[in-house]
Structure formats: structure tokens, C-alpha cells
Design a protein around this ligand. Structure first.
Ligand code: ADP
Ligand code: MG
Length: 693
């Protein structure tokens, strides 16, 4: 397979198979777009019956085209597509965009045509984008390729967009255009039969002209590969994604907690694992992309604020603080300098109010001094354009001083952009990211800080435990397969946990009522007796759990009641009764193409009602496990408060990592629930567990 996407994104000549003279047809619009965008190479309309389209010579077959062609659009009906792919192969074409719809998305017949087209492309080493897609755009002035049927003509810029859905892609493209922000490349790959989102992301990652990547995807064919490749990119430049498809459909009734909670959140987790910045709002995403593509990345979360108007800085501070940013004071030395350079009425602190009458000199000094303060990682600015100030020169100073200072800046720019067009142009050329509202600018800055956090986060280590007994687990699972059981028995579950050295409360399963007392004595009172049967899922719901049994007499009574209630076939799971300070829950759920999703949370109402749990994808590093623990809302309870010590986090991390390894070693484990584990003193111990294979 040819993994160089240059023929697609940097075509030297383009053909359009299915070109049409009808103005309202895709076969005509694409020609119009390429002409309008001033494509830097020959264009060949292909139509068996026509000799000229939009003033260009049309050819009756792709095989009649005289020159070399890198890229062909195919816009003819699906049944004719495979043969044209074959012709493209004969012509030596390297990339095809199949815009036509009516393939895989329409059922078996369409799928067959899609497969046939792909097979023929592979034979010739051709890469296919689509079918059922928009195509690509490259605004590089050396290329000017608008191989797409949409209507927004982006100016050159530094943001590249890839969207599974052309609808979302087009909206984002238009949003940047409306903000006066250029774009670099664009791709929407529709059915994604061949060229994948992952490949496009890698291509943008290697493109020096791309500074930030915007991504929209609802699903991933190969999440594992995506994570690996996207991680390489996010280490160098930001990828910003909309989290889509997060509705809670997955939370339907399930046989385990993890099954119900981890239903439909995997795109989010995939993005997190890959170091991608996620957004719930397209608007926030676009603003962050503007800031990240024009400014350096802040090294920390401390902000210096410069303003020439009062109110907006109050709003900005609220939003900045809300986003976790900090606003440290000015140094004394800086205050001294500013006393010299600022107007009398200026307020010299952070936020620095230069006041509305401040001119170019005041802005220059303010920025210079703030940029030089080591305690500020970035600058937030409110700039309103007073009619009594030389705003163009203020803008010149802002642009020049910001560039020289080397720290990122965002600007809430309050003006009439038409009347102050000169000022606006200077800020734009100076690559100062300007926003219409204080909170918009503040949130864009917060996203930049978030990216810094991702980029500078420690990788962490993925531990391989050598003390585990894989063979024991293998034989337990094999036996369940042979006996066609999906839900493992308690003895099997605890056997597996012990093999992976996950601490469990001492236990034993007995079938005979008479053995309950001897077993309980051997374990040591107080004990817990649980009804053990594949048919009982939530034991305590049906009276299948009796805790804190103090002596033999009580044990017999309980066991007798249980056999009466559940029938003779019932087994007794006798377990040490443990004191409990904090209930925890840890789970694992297999997700196709991903591995396992691991869940952590507090037990009881925290998981049942508040759903206060954190997730990550296997393999889980120690850093990720620690982050899960500290990211739940009830984290302060784990950390300890009012003199309480809190749980042994190191042990919790180890258990999470052991469960992660168990999942990786045995992908056939569909769901695993440790619910609850008891954290008492320094110990953490499983008292109930369930495994479904
Ligand atoms: P299920 O979840 O099937 O209802 P569990 O085994 O989790 O049954 O038991 C229900 C509750 O009983 C647990 O959440 C825990 O609070 C308590 N419990 C279970 N086992 C023990 C034990 N060994 N020591 C102390 N309390 C326990
Ligand atoms: Mg339980």
C-alpha cells in the first residue's frame, strides 16, 4: 500500500470523471471550485459526450488524457465506478476521490461495489478517499487544490481539518472563514473505505505548515492504531476534537456496573488516551484552534492581565479562575517600572488597568513588563478601541511586543471591525488571536493551558507483573468455555483474582450446609455468608448476603434460611467479615478494537446514584491510574479529610494495573466488576467480584 498521501493533497493534475455541463451538479461544481481556487495545474473534465466544460477541453475517457494525472474525482453512479477505478489504474493515477454516494451505507449491493472498487485500486496502488465523501482542500498557494464540492474558499492558514462528517467539517470551515482565520488543509473521507482518519492525522502531523489539527469523528475502525499514531502527533502539535456520540444509550440494564456505565463513552476515552484536546462545543474548539495555531504554548497556568476597560476584566477573571487558571500579583520591581510608564489614573497590579486613554507607549510598556515577569506564563488582554486613541499604533505595539516577548497572548478585541479595519488588520497580521467576548478569549487561553498539561504530562509506566499465574487463569476460563458458562462461579472469580495477586478477603465455597460452620471457624468469626449461584446476580437484593455473623449458631441459622429460600442446589460462599472505612469499585469492560476500559470509583451511592466514576483504556500506566483516582468528584474522600488518613493510593494503583494486565492477557474477559473493595487502614481488599467472559 502506498502510504504517501502527497498525490491526494498535493496533486499536480486533476481529472474529474463524470464532469457535467449542468451547473447544479457535483460534476460541474467541483470544476468551478478548482477554477475559482486557481488550482495550480491542468484540469481534465471527463465526459463521453461533451467536448468542453466551463471553457476547459473535456475528454471522452480518462485514457484519452494526454498528460500525467495524480488525482481523479469519480462522481458517476456506483455501478460504473469499479470500471473507472480500473481505467484510472491503467492511466497511472495515484489517488481517487469517490464523491458518489450509494455504497456501503446503502446495504449489501453497495458494499460489494465499494469492495470491488477498493480491490481494483489496491491492484494499482491507488489510494481512495470515500466513497460518499466531499474530498480534500489544500490552500497552499503552490497547490490551491479545491477538490471538494463545498462552498467556503479558505484563505491560506495553519489549521488543518479532518472530518468524518462533511456537514460538521463544512460548518467548522465556515466558522474559521467568518473569523477571518485561514486554513491549511481539509479532508472529509465519508465511508473511509481506504484512506483513514488516522492516516490523514499523521499526514497533517508531518506537514510543517499545519500548526493545529481539528478532528471530527463518530467512530474509529482501528482505535488502537489511531491512539498510537495520534499520540505521536499530539506530542508535537495539538489535535482538537469534538466529542460526539456521548448520549447515555449504553447505560441500559446490565449484568455488571461497568457494563452499564461504560456504554457509549469510548470516543472520549480514545481521545484522552491519544492526548487529544476534547471539546463539547464546536465554537470553543474553533476559538482554541485559532489561539493554538497562532501563539506559542503557555508553560503553566499563571496569567497576567492587561486591560483598558474595567468590566470585561471582571468577567475575564471569573472565567479564567473558573477554568483553573491563576492570576498571581505583579512583582514590586515591575510595579516600580510601570509607575514610571503608565498614565496617572492607571491601576498598577494584576490585572493591570492601563485605562482607556492609554496610547501606544503605555501598551508597549505594559506588555513588555508583563512578558518579562517570570511568574506569568501567558497574557490575557482586553482591548477596546477608544476613538480618542491612536489604535493602529497601539495594535502595532501589541503585535511587535507580543512577538518579541515570546509568551502566548489572547485578546478580547472590542470594536467596530469595519470602522477600525486598519487596527483589525494589524492585529490579524501580527497573529494576535482576537475574540469578541472576554469569556471566549479566557476559554481559548484555558484550552492552550490544557494542551500544555497534556504535552508535558509524564508518560508513566505500564507495569508487567511477573508474580501472576497465567496458566491458572487460562484453565479456569477454558473450563467455563467447555461448559458454555458465561458468568463465572464465585470460586472461579476469586481463583482468577488470586492468580493475579489481587488482594481478596479470605473465602471458601461449600456445597454442604453442615460444612458451613467448620469453614466459618477455620476462616475465623465474624464471617459473611453469601448465596452462590449463577442465577443470582445482585445477591443482597434477594437476601443472598448475610454480614457480620458472630458465631456457629447464627451461621447455621443463616445457611438454613438461604437453602430454604434458594433451594437445595445453592452453594454457600463463606467469607471473612471485614471492617470497612471506604468502599471502592474497580471494573473492566472489553471494547472491540480498543482493549478494555477500566473504571474506578467509590462504591455505594457514589457509583449507584452519582455515577462518580473515572475511566481509562488499557494498558493503564501508573500515572493514568493515579489520575483516575484523583479525577473523581469524591476524590477528597480518598485523599482523607478532617484528620482522616485517606486510602492507600499506591495499593489502589497497583490493583488497577493488575486488573489492566489481566484484561490485556485475557481479552476474552468481557466484564469484570470488583464491587466493592474495602479500603481499611493501609489495606485494600476485594469483598465481592463478578466476571463475565
Ligand atoms: P451483591 O453485590 O451481589 O449484592 P456483595 O457481596 O457485594 O453482594 O454484598 C453486599 C454488601 O455487603 C457489600 O456491598 C458490602 O457492603 C457488604 N459485604 C459483603 N462482603 C463483605 C465482607 N466480607 N465484609 C464486610 N462486608 C461485606
Ligand atoms: Mg457487590
Amino acid at each position: 500500500m502506498n502510504d504517501n498521501l502527497d498525490p491526494l493533497f498535493k496533486p499536480r493534475a486533476v481529472a474529474l470523471i463524470g464532469a457535467s455541463v449542468k451547473e447544479l451538479s457535483i460534476g460541474n461544481v467541483i470544476i468551478k471550485n478548482l477554477l475559482h481556487y486557481k488550482f495550480n495545474g491542468p484540469l481534465y473534465p471527463i465526459n463521453p459526450k461533451v467536448d468542453e466544460i466551463r471553457g476547459l477541453k473535456a475528454y471522452h475517457s480518462i485514457l484519452d488524457v494526454p498528460g500525467e494525472v495524480d488525482l481523479a474525482h469519480i462522481v458517476i453512479p456506483p455501478p460504473f465506478v469499479p470500471d473507472e477505478v480500473e481505467n484510472c489504474g491503467k492511466k497511472g493515477i495515484k489517488a481517487i476521490i469517490i464523491n458518489t454516494a450509494g455504497f456501503k451505507e446503502m446495504g449489501a449491493e453497495g458494499q460489494a461495489l465499494e469492495d470491488d472498487s477498493l480491490a481494483r485500486a489496491r491492484k494499482y496502488g491507488i489510494r481512495i478517499v470515500g466513497p460518499n465523501c466531499q474530498g480534500i482542500i489544500n490552500s497552499d498557494p503552490m497547490i490551491n487544490a479545491y477538490c471538494n464540492f463545498t462552498f467556503t474558499y479558505p484563505e491560506p492558514g495553519y489549521i488543518s481539518v479532518v472530518a468524518q462528517s462533511g456537514g460538521v467539517g463544512a460548518v467548522i470551515m465556515q466558522a474559521f472563514y467568518d473569523m477571518g482565520i485561514g486554513q491549511r488543509m481539509y479532508a472529509s473521507n465519508g465511508n473511509g473505505s481506504d484512506v483513514s482518519i488516522t492516516e490523514i492525522i499523521s499526514y497533517y502531523g508531518n506537514d510543517d505548515g499545519t500548526r493545529a489539527i481539528v478532528l471530527y469523528a463518530e467512530s474509529m475502525d482501528n482505535p488502537h492504531e489511531f491512539i498510537t499514531e495520534a499520540k505521536k502527533v499530539t506530542a508535537r502539535k495539538p489535535i482538537l476534537a469534538i466529542t460526539a456520540g456521548r448520549t447515555d444509550k449504553g447505560a441500559e440494564a446490565s449484568r455488571s456496573h461497568i457494563g452499564g456505565l461504560a456504554g457509549s463513552i469510548s470516543m472520549d476515552l480514545i481521545y484522552k488516551k491519544a492526548g487529544i484536546l476534547t471539546f463539547n462545543s464546536q465554537e470553543d474548539l474553533c476559538h482554541a484552534a485559532v489561539a493554538l495555531s497562532s501563539q506559542p504554548v503557555p508553560k503553566g497556568n499563571n496569567v497576567g492581565i492587561i486591560t483598558n476597560t474595567g468590566g470585561p476584566s471582571v468577567i475575564a477573571i471569573d472565567e479564567l479562575v473558573n477554568c483553573g487558571l491563576e492570576i498571581p500579583p505583579l512583582s514590586e520591581k515591575a510595579a516600580e517600572t510601570l509607575k514610571e510608564t503608565m498614565l496617572k489614573s492607571a491601576s498598577i497590579r494584576n490585572p493591570l488597568d492601563v485605562v482607556a486613554t492609554a496610547g501606544p507607549e503605555q501598551f508597549k510598556s505594559a506588555l513588555e513588563v508583563m512578558m518579562n515577569e517570570p511568574q506569568f506564563d501567558s497574557i490575557y488582554m482586553n482591548f477596546v478601541t477608544p476613538p480618542f486613541v491612536d489604535c493602529e499604533n497601539v495594535a502595532r505595539e501589541i503585535a511587535a511586543t507580543a512577538k518579541a516577548g515570546g509568551k502566548p497572548i489572547v485578546c478580547n478585541y472590542m470594536t467596530d471591525k469595519q470602522k477600525w479595519s486598519g487596527t483589525s488588520r494589524i492585529l490579524k497580521e501580527g497573529e494576535i488571536p482576537c475574540f469578541d467576548f472576554a469569556e471566549t478569549a479566557a476559554r481559548a487561553l484555558a484550552s492552550m493551558v490544557r494542551y500544555n498539561g497534556i504535552r508535558s504530562a509524564k508518560e508513566g509506566t505500564i507495569k508487567t507483573f511477573t508474580d501472576v499465574d497465567k496458566d491458572a487463569v487460562r484453565s479456569i476460563l477454558d473450563k467455563a468455555v467447555t461448559q458454555k458458562r458465561e458468568i463465572l462461579t464465585a470460586a472461579e472469580v476469586y481463583g482468577i483474582l488470586e492468580a493475579y495477586r489481587v488482594p481478596v478477603a479470605p473465602w471458601k465455597v461449600v456445597a454442604d450446609l453442615n460444612e458451613v460452620v467448620t469453614t466459618a471457624s477455620a476462616i475465623g468469626f465474624p464471617v459473611v455468608i453469601k448465596a452462590d449461584s449463577e442465577k443470582i446476580i445482585h445477591k443482597s437484593d434477594v437476601g443472598g448476603v448475610a454480614v457480620n455473623i458472630q458465631d456457629a449458631q447464627e451461621a447455621v441459622k443463616i445457611a438454613e434460611t438461604m437453602s430454604r429460600n434458594f433451594g437445595d442446589g445453592i452453594k454457600f460462599f463463606v467469607q471473612k467479615f471485614l471492617p470497612n472505612e471506604q468502599e471502592l469499585i474497580i471494573g473492566a469492560k472489553a471494547v472491540e478494537g480498543v482493549g478494555h476500559i477500566i473504571m474506578f470509583g467509590l462504591g455505594g451511592i457514589f457509583v449507584e446514584i452519582l455515577k462518580d466514576v473515572a475511566f481509562t483504556i488499557t494498558p493503564v500506566s501508573d500515572t493514568e491510574a493515579m489520575e483516575m483516582i484523583s479525577s473523581i468528584q469524591a476524590a477528597p474522600l480518598i485523599e482523607g479529610f478532617r484528620g482522616e488518613k485517606g486510602i492507600n493510593k499506591k495499593k489502589a494503583v497497583e490493583i488497577i494495573q493488575r486488573i489492566s494486565m489481566l484484561g490485556t492477557d485475557f481479552p476474552e474477559i468481557k466484564e469484570l466488576d470488583l464491587n466493592p473493595l474495602f479500603a481499611t487502614g493501609d489495606e485494600i481488599c476485594v469483598v465481592d467480584a463478578r466476571i463475565i467472559r
